[in-house]
Design a protein around this ligand. Sequence first.
Ligand code: IPE
Ligand code: MG
Length: 220
Amino acid sequence: MDGNGRWARARGQMRTQGHLEGLKAAKRIVKAAADMGIRYLTLYTFSTENWKRAAGEVNFIMGLVRKYLRGELDFYRENGIRIRHAGDTTGLPPDIAAELKAACEETGNFDGLQVILALNYGGRDEIVRAVRRAALGGTDLASATEATIRLFLDNPDVPDPDLVIRSAGEFRISNFLLWEGAYAEYYVSPVLWPDWTEKELRAALEAFGKRERKFGGIVP
Ligand code: IPE
Ligand code: MG
């Protein structure tokens, strides 16, 4: 979800205003995805690198996350949305970690769209933590396979993404789902995240529908 800052600057507003509008866009897209019957949606909300930003901006984003987790339970219930987390919980402010845990538990039985909040998430960090967890649990890493590593990722039961979408026109992965996205289709839209509506999501899915996926093989 990129482009909040640019959206605000284009209007002579504070970056925080862009994040506020970005949250509204996230709600629109979550609702649209749930209505379309999409099963999994991972939102790259805050990366392990985003801590480099000014404290005021970081605190504002964390405040939004806290409010969103706490205030949307009715919305999750009505739409059967299950909230999950990807990322390093230990590096999160304790109140956010607690709020996240509560939201995950309270929505744990909902069987609609699963929204995975990538919060304090980095793809390399996820792999490093997976290897550490495996070692701590006594796994024989010398004979590790891809399946071994996968087992220790943050959400091993969530299938690899079919489609990775980036808003705001940048052709970068920015440390997102490095392991899981190995064979994902990538889609970059020039539209800044706060301007995203169901229309942009549909355009992304339409483009995805035209891709020829070969997973390293050849099409017969
Ligand atoms: C939002 O967009 C992404 C978050 C880290 C929440 P940005 O804040 O990166 O927006 P730009 O790139 O400055 O436009
Ligand atoms: Mg950005």
